[in-house]
Ligand binder design. Structure first.
Ligand code: ATP
Ligand code: MG
Length: 342
């Protein structure tokens, strides 16, 4: 079986973008691939954060994975920091990462500009190296990601090739290794729809956990009245009817796409159904569809989060399975890089 890994940061609350761009797609993938889904808590400390909230947010994120349908009889679910090899491999990889590659990353530029220099730790710059470690440790074939992570995945691929070139092949064989490639070079898996869910208050910027205003996103655990209120107040335009793909109507396109995904209709069906609607009618339709889609997830979430022993068990088992794969990779890398092994 081909392998897939993916994760979400336990910062803020999981929103519709994380769900439609990532988690929802995992559910279909777990049936045909060997899957590892983790909560990337080590990534969550790259910007100032609340130590009182981190462990809680990590648990909540795990519970959301399960509530959305991640099935632990098929997928391994674990917490990134529970598998030490992530940080270990990151250090080894960082020695092979040209600093210029990191300086070019759009997310670094955007987030560091917003946070201001004094708040930006080195980890925000080296974040993509940790992400590369997350992926390469498991010799992953595919990584399902939203549009925003494409550039980081490209860096992961280049880094894998560079390490294979620097330390793999004949050199590694001479040191007693199996020879050949150290890392598999992973491919991105961008979902055909939902890859970029936009903010409710600005159709040109992506829905994001770290955006200051909660009005800009629908959180997966938002109650019915909050969803209704956010949709009621979201940005609209004054064009007649509803339509996809009009560049002058990014908000309209975004909300129609969300409606399409949560109602499991085709784009054509939605275009037909909504073309003559006004904003008011469409908003009611969208709110109802969202509430209907999210309600069962919210019910399951409450069940899972109120059973901490079960959740701990899932995470312990997941970490054990993951560590077995990750340790083997990191040991190979030490060997290939010429370290004295004990
Ligand atoms: P932050 O603002 O803190 O970076 P985020 O909302 O971008 O948070 P991440 O934890 O960085 O969330 O990303 C988790 C997954 O969700 C990734 O696969 C990412 O590509 C996807 N994702 C994030 N935002 C969106 C979005 N607006 N549309 C589609 N996918 C998204
Ligand atoms: Mg992000």
């Amino acid at each position: 079986k081909k392998r897939i890994v993916s994760g979400v940061q336990p910062t803020g609350s999981i929103h519709l973008g994380n769900y439609l761009g990532a988690i929802k797609n995992w559910i279909a993938l777990q049936n045909s691939y060997d899957t590892l889904f983790f909560i990337v808590d080590l990534h969550a400390i790259t910007l100032p954060y609340d130590t009182q909230q981190l462990s809680k947010a990590t648990r909540n994120t795990a519970a959301i994975y399960l509530a959305c349908g991640v099935d632990t009889s098929k997928a391994s679910v674990f917490v990134q920091s529970h598998v030490r090899a992530h940080v270990e491999l990151m250090w080894l990889l960082s020695s092979a990462t040209p600093i210029g590659w990191l300086n070019r990353m759009i997310q670094f530029k955007e987030k560091s500009r917003k946070a201001g220099d004094e708040n930006v730790g080195v980890a925000l710059l080296t974040y993509p190296v940790l992400m590369a470690s997350d992926i390469l440790l498991y010799q992953s074939d595919f990584v399902p990601v939203g549009e925003d992570q494409k550039q980081h995945l490209e860096l992961t691929r280049e880094l894998a090739e560079r390490v294979n070139y620097l330390y793999g092949g004949r050199k590694w064989k001479k040191l007693g290794g199996r020879g050949g490639a150290i890392f598999k070079v992973p491919e991105p898996l961008i979902p055909p729809a939902g890859a970029r869910v936009m903010s409710l208050t600005d159709g040109l910027s992506k829905m994001s956990k770290s955006a200051p205003s909660d009005q800009s996103r629908i959180n997966l655990l938002d109650p019915k009245d909050v969803i209704a209120n956010k949709i009621k107040r979201c940005k609209t335009d004054s064009f007649p009817g509803m339509e996809f793909d009009n560049p002058e109507r990014p908000e309209c396109n975004n909300l129609l796409s969300i409606y399409q995904l949560v109602s499991s209709k085709t784009k054509e069906e939605v275009a037909q159904e909504c073309q003559d609607m006004n904003w008011g009618t469409f908003k009611t339709l969208l709110t109802d569809a969202l509430v209907e889609h999210l309600h069962p997830i919210q019910v399951r979430y409450e069940e899972i989060i109120s059973d901490p022993a079960y959740l701990d068990g899932v995470l312990a088992e997941g970490a054990e399975k993951a560590a077995a794969i990750a340790d083997a990779t990191v040991n190979n890398v030490y060997q290939a890089m010429g370290f004295l092994r004990r």
